[in-house]
Design a protein around this ligand. Sequence first.
Ligand code: UT7
Length: 319
Amino acid sequence: MFARIAGVGSYLPGPPLSNDDLKQRGVETNDEWIVSRTGIKSRHLADANCTSSDLALEASRKALVAAGIDASTLDLIIVATSTPDFIFPSTACLLQAKLGNHSAMAFDVQAVCSGFVYAMNIAEKFIRFGSHKKVLVVGAEVFSRILDWDDRSTCVLFGDGAGAVILEASENPGILASAAHADGAYHGILSVPGNVCGGKVIGDPFLRMDGQAVFKFAVRVLADVAQECCALAGILPTGIDWLIPHQANIRIIESTAKRVGIDMNKVIVTVDRHGNTSAASIPLALDAAVRDGRVQRGHKVLLEGVGGGFTWGAVLLEF
Ligand code: UT7
């Protein structure tokens, strides 16, 4: 029994905000620096009253329509997010309520930018085990909430959004292989090192990053895990139709493609217009490529992510 994608959807809040728009809002930066270092030209930012579950709801509705199923038939809902609506209940439970589903198992996965591939990996195991048949997997983030807008080295990099897929039990091929790893020894190079205690923020509530250390780490593990996942499925990287990597930086994406031996014309890139949307970046890119007709039924697609933790992982599937 395979876990097969039955439908994909995504949602971006508000109009795009250009690099010049950020400058006009008072960030000491310029378009040339951001584009040359990251490839980012614009991103979307949610209003203060819009939460991850709101974005997840819009993306999920589109994925349900694409799959042609009703939310009441879902038996598992997994939301990958590091910017949950509340400490608890989970964003998955809040999304479930908004969708009007009253019985599915629902929980969040917290693996930062690898969250979506972690969630797909987990969902596939529930389906292959035979206990669950219709699974909603979502990546949803409002990273704008945890950005220090006085730190130009991080605030220009991220955006908000959500992407969703419906995975169904099927005899036709779907997920062919997956791999996921973590090494908590690297927790310090990308983190939001704060918490809430007794009604007060303890530590630092903003995203902090050693950009160059993250860059080096990301390029290495993304290449390794892509090769690992292909080997598990018994396919050469050259046999992949589409690589959909986490969208953080065009230079990381290009280096990874080069190391793995995949031509850039087989790589889906949305970082230029979405920025880094953490757990939402891969399903947002997948949905863009499905809707513009590049990713088609029967294509072999490799999804891969890396993020805080440090975590990394990949999922190879036949669409
Ligand atoms: O999901 C994973 C999340 N994170 C990532 O993937 C990020 C990985 N790392 C990166 O993408 C890159 O390391 C960055 C884009 C974050 C930074 O690029 P870099 O080439 O490593 O630049 P840098 O940190 O060495 O900064 C160089 C200069 C500094 O100025 P000085 O000291 O050389 O005069 C910074 O102050 O660029 C300056 N700078 C900026 N200038 C204009 C930093 N941020 C900005 C900015 N606008 N927004």
